[in-house]
Design a protein around this ligand. Structure first.
Ligand code: DSN
Length: 436
């Protein structure tokens, strides 16, 4: 260790040695509280998960310091030897995991991965199709407030009013009428399996490129608990932090060489500069974890748990949109209880159950209020909950909602206190980051 006296008087003398608590107590306190929140509350947000210690370590690694614009072997900066190692490993593992020929692991997020596909495949003003946000689609699939809806011409498809399932006949009719250049399947609040072969047939009929944004279900696809979008889809995008359980980021996958140049050029230099190499390293770690046999068990357990949760909610008087779930998530319709999604999210949070309000199909309330909540099982499954625990969680949710139904948005304080006690017991029995 250097004993250079100049470092002793340097106001930044702690630079090489101080941990976060010493260097910045305010931020350290917030990090500590966030850890406690994740330990002490049950995470039911369908798009969240709990990453491994190894993924967190890679995310916080010295790759934070490295610029690596370009791709492995073709960089615009020196010193990229080890950046090339991690990016090549991430690419090879992603290809193996999803059984495809090509992968770009540089997108910084879900929005950017989808923007890259738009940049590569469409011209401004071009028509594309995606699932309506009100039926469980995503902001980047054509919402009027998103770039996808402002710069392109989105045409949406939705779910049927009775069964609340995607109406493939209507998808075909809309595609025939509007002749989109791109069709997107995949969503954020659709709890049924996607019929990728049927989408392929429609895309072929109208000459569209078929994109699957499998962000929500990619962990299930990796573990064989949901059919794969390959070989049906031309391009597949996914965030890596949802059921896939990696760092917050995105990837693009494809099979046909003809897409390689436009997609890679769209990510860099089209949209992004230097890739977040620390996150690329963490993605490689997560893909290795997902290739391990235990991940298959995890993926199937997520679905088993979601079915147990949905059944328990229904037995306790709450309606599940479309009558159940085939994946990790479900929408709970609170209309019959006269409880808004907003009030339910707040009441459940007071009882240490974290979820998000969510519009249900044909919702008459605004997106800030909504008539439903969205629930998911990936995070709870990671901490070790099984169907028994998720049945209990269904009961706890129903108790809180009944309190809200009786008393209005303030809920029933006694019920919420009692639920908090039972949540605390579940969390203590299934700890998160137990050594932290
Ligand atoms: N915001 C994410 C979700 O919660 O589904 C999707 O990007």
């Amino acid at each position: 260790m250097s004993t250079n006296p100049s470092t002793l008087t340097d106001p930044m003398s702690g630079f090489w040695h101080d941990d976060l608590a010493t260097a910045d107590p305010e931020i350290a306190a917030a990090v500590g509280k966030e850890l406690a929140r994740q330990q002490d509350k049950i995470e039911l947000i369908a798009s969240e998960n709990i990453a491994s210690k190894a993924v967190l370590e890679a995310t916080g690694s010295v790759f934070t310091n490295k610029y690596a614009e370009g791709y492995p072997g073709k960089r615009y900066y020196g010193g990229c030897d080890y950046a090339d190692v991690v990016e090549t490993l991430a690419i090879e593992r992603a290809k193996q995991l999803f059984g495809c020929n090509f992968a770009n692991v540089q997108p910084n997020s879900g929005s950017q991965m989808n923007q890259a596909v738009f940049l590569a495949m469409l011209e401004p003003g071009d028509t594309f199709m995606g699932l309506d946000l009100n039926s469980g689609g995503h902001l980047t699939h054509g919402s009027p407030v998103n770039m996808s809806g402002k710069w392109f011409n989105p045409v949406s498809y939705g779910v049927t009013e009775g069964e609340e399932l995607i109406d493939m006949d209507a998808v075909a009719a809309t595609a025939r009428e509007h002749k989109p250049k791109l069709i997107i399947c995949g969503g954020t609040a659709y709890s049924r399996q996607w019929d990728f072969a049927a989408f392929r047939a429609i895309a072929d009929e109208v000459g569209a490129v078929l994109l699957c944004d499998m962000s929500h279900i990619s962990g299930l696809v990796a573990g064989g608990a949901h059919p794969s979008p390959f070989p049906h889809c031309d391009i597949v995008t996914s965030t890596t932090h949802k059921s896939l359980r990696g760092p917050r980021s995105g990837i693009i996958l494809w099979n046909d060489e003809k897409f390689t140049k436009p997609l890679n050029m769209a990510v860099f230099p089209g949209l992004q500069g230097g890739p977040l190499m620390h996150v690329v390293a963490a993605k490689a770690v997560a893909f290795k974890e997902a290739l391990a046999p235990e991940f298959k068990t995890y993926a199937h357990r997520i679905v088993e748990n979601a079915r147990a949760l949905a059944a328990s909610l229904e037995e306790n008087g709450l309606r599940i949109v479309s009558g159940g779930t085939d994946n990790h998530s479900m929408l709970v319709d609170l209309t019959a209880k006269d409880v808004t999604g907003k009030a339910a999210e707040a009441g459940l949070d007071r009882a240490w159950l974290t979820c998000n309000k969510n519009g249900i199909p044909f919702d008459t309330r605004s997106p800030f209020v909504t008539s439903g909540i969205r629930l998911g099982t990936p995070a709870g499954t990671t901490r070790g909950f099984g169907p028994l625990e998720f049945r209990q969680i269904g009961q706890l949710i129903a108790e809180v909602v009944d309190g809200l139904s009786k008393n209005g948005p303030e809920g029933d304080a006694q019920i919420e206190e009692s639920v908090r006690g039972r949540v605390a017991k579940l969390c203590a029995d299934f700890p998160v980051y137990p050594e932290s």
